[in-house]
Design a protein around this ligand. Structure first.
Ligand code: TYD
Length: 138
């Protein structure tokens, strides 16, 4: 048990009496240039999203509102991250299986991606994912 293709990030909060400000700059606060952002909202505690790994894309996920959980599996280690604050993020490397779930009603999950969208780099079959990571470790 070792390789962990994901980790928690904590961004500085620039707060004053007017409120909070969090800054995320590519290659500075996260380890890639941001080519794409998307966000997920309107999901609830019955929904599981994701269920895929990406051959090329890296991601940082931030619950800018509300909460969710992120389960990752990198081929060796499984881990569950809880996103509960807007200045917390989870970095997810390429070829890491991910599931997002347990969304609070007010959850807005911001996703920063290192690549433009390309459906063909998504691995959506878990068996296929397992085959690839098991092959790699041989
Ligand atoms: P999907 O990958 O199922 O979302 P999630 O990972 O959150 O469960 O994406 C839903 C649909 O949106 C799917 O048809 C692909 C499309 N899509 C894009 O066209 N561009 C994107 O950047 C993303 C993330 C999805």
């Amino acid at each position: 048990m070792k390789y962990i293709g994901a980790h928690m990030l904590e961004f500085p909060q620039h707060g004053d009496e007017r409120g909070h400000l969090v800054i995320v700059e590519g290659q500075k606060d996260i380890p890639f240039d941001i080519k794409r952002i998307f966000y997920i909202y309107g999901s609830d505690e019955t929904v599981v999203r994701g269920n895929h790994a990406n051959r090329k894309s890296e991601f940082v996920l931030v619950n800018v509102s509300g909460k969710s959980k992120i389960r990752v599996f990198d081929g060796i280690t499984e881990y569950i991250y809880e996103l509960t604050q807007p200045h917390m993020g989870v970095y997810i490397s390429k070829m890491v299986w991910k599931e997002m779930y347990d969304f609070s009603e007010d959850s807005v999950l911001l996703c920063l991606a290192s690549e433009y969208y390309d459906g063909s780099e998504y691995i959506r079959e878990y068996d296929e994912y397992l085959k690839i990571v098991e092959e790699k470790d041989k």
